[in-house]
Design a protein around this ligand. Structure first.
Ligand code: ZN
Length: 172
């Protein structure tokens, strides 16, 4: 049994015979895709696309899942980007339940990922989890998501996160 150690999410997940590779910060996403192309001698390039605004990528090639990303200028951005890609990986490994458990236990957020069919929204929820887990102020998280989130999916993720908050138990 192989395990994926997702550093920013702080989750270690069983992944069967699959393999997880956190390739870390790279100089260029396109350059790294070409490298992977050579490594696996495949034509992955045909289906792994990056747009100019992409800050990271999760590529699933045969039994391997690679994540890689561009270094951002402030630490919270790196958390956002890396947690996003790690959540894509968790999704590929069918292990989103581990994230759902964390959200519920630590942040009182009850989310059923099976009800969300957009992978970008799911990945953005992973970013929200990682930022909240580090005690980053709400206002800063909102600013980051506005600046770097990919528009619609980031907004939807925020809405789902907010609406999934369980009410606190009364203490009287
Ligand atoms: Zn994504």
């Amino acid at each position: 049994m192989n395990y994926a150690n997702l550093e920013i999410l702080g989750i270690t997940a069983p992944i069967g015979i699959k393999k997880y590779h956190d390739d870390g910060f790279v100089e260029s996403l396109k350059g790294h895709i070409i490298k992977l192309n050579r490594l696996y001698d495949c034509e992955c390039y045909n289906y792994i696309r990056v747009n100019e605004l992409s800050m990271g990528k999760c590529a699933s090639i045969y039994l391997n899942c690679h994540i890689f990303y561009i270094k951002q200028s402030i630490e919270t951005e790196n958390i956002l980007v890396r947690a996003h890609e790690e959540t894509h990986a968790l999704d590929i490994f069918n292990q989103l339940d581990a994230l759902a458990e964390r959200l519920l236990e630590e942040q009182r957020i009850k989310i059923n990922f099976k009800e969300i069919d957009e992978s970008e929204v799911i990945a953005s929820i992973g970013s929200l989890y990682a930022l909240h887990a580090r005690g980053i102020p709400q206002s800063e998280i909102e600013l980051l998501c506005k600046m770097y989130g990919d528009g619609d999916s980031s907004t939807t993720a925020k809405k789902i996160y907010e609406q999934s908050k369980l009410s606190r138990k009364r203490s009287f």
